[in-house]
Design a protein around this ligand. Structure first.
Ligand code: PLP
Length: 407
């Protein structure tokens, strides 16, 4: 019999959202008449914008004609989309990158997870707590977590507590870490890093020759000034940071799948034999071996997001979700809860009332109001005592939930 990758035994048995789905299904089976409202979902509900649909149709037609049919495309993405990313995402913010530093992929989830292929053994990895669970789990799966202590902690993982006291922003550690995950605006806390906060991390990374993996999946939700939309808006980031962006939550591509990863050529890592290697070269090599590009039709759809019409439609959808987030935020404030996020993010992070545990509050909301949220503890130990709600529902279901909670 084959040997299994034993690192999987170190993971919780289920992905957080699998546990939630099971609990909700059990409740619904026991209460078939309950009108359950899902305010915990991390999936969008608005359909794809019209300009995206038109681009998809036209690309599908191209695939049906011998003269315009496309087979395998470039593993790092078609030039038309990478150029559009440079022109629309980076140039207007004064960021200069080269075409071969842009990689198109099928999701920020896969890319943040797959990037661990590039890490050697022995790195100390810093991960905010709470945060998107994929960073921790993918490192554990690939053996980068190190030894698991009896307490459940991992010898090579350092958590960066994000608490009310530090406005939920990870602080630079006193000791050296090699790899740092940052997510801004953050999932789940909904809070975003300021220029000064992010600059401190870049200075740290340059001082210790660390690598920052910056997840900007929610940058389009930033409404306030003084918050960077890309890590490369700060000088020095091009020497120490990789950035992940996604069309999922911005343009509704959660089921369509397209994302962007930026690996500047000046970001390097050490090798045991001596000297350094370019992560850009390694990532290209990795993608060429294990990935066969995002479908042509999807890349054309993503390109349409940058047309004047596409851009207007995306902005409208973002405003829609932010209006939902504002309504949820104000509802829980009225109920006397301490509430964070929801301004530069679709996520609302609330302190559970009366010292309830995260899962206890999950059960309370489900049973008393038939409303589903996400327990903060599912995003890390520091999320215990907090709860995540999202603006991704429909306006109708959000209004209904708010009315039910305030009745
Ligand atoms: N990064 C963060 C912080 C997320 O919250 C999510 C999805 O919830 C993703 C990445 C996944 O993005 P994608 O759909 O592009 O894989």
């Amino acid at each position: 019999m084959v040997w299994a990758n034993g690192n999987f035994q170190k993971l919780p048995e289920n992905y957080l959202f699998t546990d939630i789905a099971r609990k909700v299904a059990e409740y619904q089976a026991a209460h078939p008449d309950a009108d359950i409202i899902r305010l915990g979902i991390g999936d969008v509900t608005r359909p794809l914008p019209g300009s995206v649909i038109a681009a998809l149709h036209s690309a599908v037609d191209e695939m049906g004609e011998a003269a315009t049919f496309r087979g395998y495309g470039p593993e790092q993405g078609y030039t038309f989309l990478r150029q559009a990313v440079l022109e629309n995402e980076y140039k207007p913010r004064g960021v200069t990158l080269e075409l071969d530093e842009i990689f198109i992929s099928d999701g920020a989830k896969s890319d943040t997870g797959n990037f661990t292929d590039l890490f050697g053994s022995g790195n100390i990895i810093a991960i905010p707590d709470p945060v998107y669970p994929v960073y921790l789990d993918s490192n554990i799966m690939s053996g980068h977590g190190g030894k698991q202590e009896i307490t459940g902690e991992f010898s090579r993982i350092r958590f960066l507590p994000c608490l009310e006291e530090n406005n939920f922003q990870p602080e630079t550690p006193r000791r050296r870490v090699d790899i740092i995950y940052l997510c801004s605006p953050n999932n789940p806390t909904g809070t975003a890093m300021t220029f000064d906060q992010l600059r401190a991390w870049i200075e740290y990374a340059l001082r210790y020759e660390s690598l920052i993996l910056f997840d900007a999946a929610y940058e389009r939700y930033i409404t306030q000034d003084g918050i960077p939309h890309s890590i490369y808006e700060i000088e020095g980031a091009e020497r120490c940071a990789v950035e992940f962006r996604s069309y999922s939550k911005t343009a509704g591509f959660t089921g369509t799948r397209c994302s962007v990863t930026v690996v500047p050529k000046s970001v390097t890592a050490r090798i045991r034999e001596g000297g350094t290697v370019s992560l850009n070269k390694m990532w290209l090599r990795r993608q060429c071996t294990k990935f066969n590009e995002t479908p042509y039709i999807v890349q054309r759809a993503a390109e349409a997001v940058y047309s004047p019409e596409g851009s207007r439609e995306v902005d409208e959808n973002i405003r829609y979700y932010l209006r939902n987030a504002a309504a949820i935020r104000s509802c829980f404030e009225t109920m006397g809860c301490r509430v964070f996020g929801g301004v530069n993010s679709p996520y609302i992070w609330l302190k559970t009332p009366e010292g309830m545990g995260s899962w206890e509050y999950f059960d309370y909301l489900l049973q008393k109001y038939n409303i589903v949220g996400t327990p903060g503890a599912g995003f890390g130990a520091c999320g215990e005592g907090y709860f995540r709600l999202t603006g991704f529902g429909t306006a109708e279901s959000t209004e209904k939930a708010v009315a039910r909670l305030l009745a």
